[in-house]
Design a protein around this ligand. Structure first.
Ligand SMILES: [Zn+2]
Ligand SMILES: [Zn+2]
Length: 211
């Protein structure tokens, strides 16, 4: 029986969307290598800062202040993916445009700058699966024939398993520009790679059941 899967609209598995909607992103703890969670800290004195805490050891960290003041966003002319990166104001920004390396493919892009409200950062997970807040590797991260596979959390992992398992992948209804699969590398979407990619995802799913 063929399996039909309707993709989710928008980018529900983007780093900031997950954190802002109260979810967690799991990275490898820099102290012990086990799962550590990143979440938005609710306490007022650190309004809106990210918190990292290990589920196995006592390691904790607060989002470092990178002095970022501007956002540079656009569609990369090399890989075609939309990006939204924060740029630091080191007192040297005198132009309305800035050179930014595309977070997905690394190509140099010249894009207009936009002031960030309250200095908030809008980064995205790198193609290799490194978080933009602490620079740590995601906990659910592996490779299939050299192509990185990663998930922010268990919900994202389950989404990927459903998406990859489907014989027929359908775009969501409505005037949506992007769907959740937008950032998945093409190699992972190919039918011939389905069982291999699924094996990697299922192996990731076996990791810590504390997440
Ligand atoms: Zn730890
Ligand atoms: Zn690119």
């Amino acid at each position: 029986m063929s399996q039909r899967f309707v993709d989710e609209p928008g980018e529900p598995y983007s780093f900031y969307y997950v954190l802002r909607s109260g979810g967690q992103v799991y990275v490898a703890c820099p102290a012990c290598g086990e799962a550590a969670e990143i979440l938005m800290k609710a306490e007022a004195e650190d309004c809106g800062k990210g918190l990292l805490r290990c589920l196995s050891c006592a390691y904790r960290a607060i989002e470092p202040d990178k002095g970022l003041r501007y956002a540079a966003s656009g569609v990369c002319d090399a890989c075609g993916l939309w990006f939204n990166e924060a740029v630091a104001d080191a007192g040297r920004i005198t132009h309305k445009n800035a050179h930014v390396a595309c977070p997905n493919c690394g190509a140099d892009q010249q894009v207009p700058l936009r002031k960030l409200p309250g200095g908030r950062v809008f980064g995205s997970v790198s193609a290799e699966g490194t978080d933009p807040m602490f620079g740590l590797p995601l906990y659910f991260r592996d490779r299939y024939k050299g192509t990185p596979i990663w998930a922010l959390n268990r919900r994202h992992l389950n989404y990927l398993i459903d998406y990859i398992s489907a014989d027929l992948r359908v775009k969501p209804n409505g005037p949506t520009l992007r769907a959740a699969s937008y950032r998945l590398p093409k190699e992972l979407k190919l039918a011939k790679n389905r069982s291999g990619v699924l094996k990697v995802l299922m192996r990731l799913k076996q990791r810590s059941n504390r997440t």
